[in-house]
Ligand binder design. Sequence first.
Ligand code: HEM
Length: 532
Amino acid sequence: MFDLISFDQLTAAWGPQISIILRFCSAFALLHFIVLRPLYNFFLHPLREYPGPRLWAASVLPWACMFLSGQSHRRLRELHDRYGRTVRLGPNELSFTVPEAWNDIMGRSKPGIRQENPKAPWYLSPSSKDIIGALHDDHTRMRRLMAGGFSTAAMQQQQQIIKSYVDLLIGRLHISAAQDDLIDIHAWYNYCTFDIIGDLTFGESFGCLDEAAMHPWISLIFANIRLTAFILVFKRIPVLLALLPFFVSYKLVKQFREHQQISREKVAKRLEFKDSRADFVQDMITGKAGQVECLRGMQTMSRDELVNNSVILTLAGSETTATSLAGATYLIMKDRRVERRILEELRSRFSEAEDMDLMNVATLPYLGAVTEECLRLYPPGPNAQPRITPPKGNTILGKYIPGNTILGIPHRAMYLSESNFTRPTEFIPERWLDPTRSEEFAGDRRECFHPFSYGPRNCIGMNLAYAELRLILARVIWDFEMEISASSEGWMENQDSYLLWQKQPLWVRLVPRKGDSESVRESAPYSSRDRL
Ligand code: HEM
């Protein structure tokens, strides 16, 4: 109505010619976007040879609908099952479940062969002043500055801090188990991983384990994850920005501002510490641990970068690990055989829970196999972290792909593909055991498995994540027999996914173990064949 009135007023003022021109332009724009462009995309576009649904080849909208539906993980797997290992997901988008794609898409530049594929611009975080969103050179600088905090030497220094929070978690779980019938184990894992990352980043915990509650700052961060997911789609398809107010409330925007302010204050407080501390902020100020004098005073990372990277570490280093722990707990609770084997392995190596630390649990083969299998069936970021070919194009899997093509490797579709793993939907940690794994799994394409991504922008916190996963799982299984509540049946299978999984509480009953492995009950082996 308003449009018509203003259009008529315009034509009255400018005469009939302008009216004809405007009508022609509108008609042409409509024709272009609704008919010509899709026809070009479908019949003439350089990616026309790649298989995929027709509508998806014509327009980016089906992808957007999939992304906003929270069903990407399911849909991507169905599409790969139906169309093969390379699928066209949009006019200029390809998705791969071929193991070699990791190197070609995420790997470093190879002079004369291939340039590095940068992150898709709409995928970058709202600020490019952090390690996840930074362009190539800034990323290299930040990554170098942050790497010291993730070295083996740094982890040895961090060991006592991490262990103290795991002790606290176990103590708090014992108290809760005595008081409550059911507890949300995912929430407790979150409390623990946030307290650890708070201490490792800012030199103080968030107090989540003490309070048995998420710190309000963290709730703000979670609000921002949702916001980021929506912004990402709207950045890719700017015309959809008109829909933003329907998805993003004023409250969310206000929370985003508050969150920026609190982040600044937290970093400012941390910078007031005069003595040097073995935390990530220290590394970002000084570069490598031990090179304090040589780098202090040089502008190595701006204040904004410091703030943003601290927030990134808090987020990336906690929720992902807590998600994996919850997923692993769920899968282990569903398969008592696996639980028994873990317990046997632990009891054959340790006589006291206190003997376990980050380093010695890393040498337990079965526990290691279980963590791999859990990350395979339930990768915390289930979908792709897209890249884009440089303007001149690139050679991917031996074929020229034109410039500005979006390239994705959806983790979950890759790991649940029958081309890559035998009995892919079943929980079989033994497939990872060398040298005792059965011949049946000899054909598993393990090189396709990169839950922490691959190449120069892979996860900087991978070793820390594995260390936390193993220690926390080992300690929880050592102390408790866990039983899933009926209300959490299907917890894993029924989740939606955006950038991360959208999780419900994982309600479990905890019973302190009496000390004999016989207390592990029987259950049928877990297979998610029909549900994932
Ligand atoms: C199970 C736990 C974890 C998983 C599955 C995971 C997975 C990933 C993945 C897939 C990426 C690549 C993202 C992209 O390409 O956009 C990534 C990047 C990153 N992760 Fe993790 N992560 C985990 C834990 C951690 C921890 C504990 C930390 C730090 C304390 C961390 C810090 C980071 C950072 C800073 C990046 C960006 C690296 C860069 O761009 O150079 N992550 N992670």
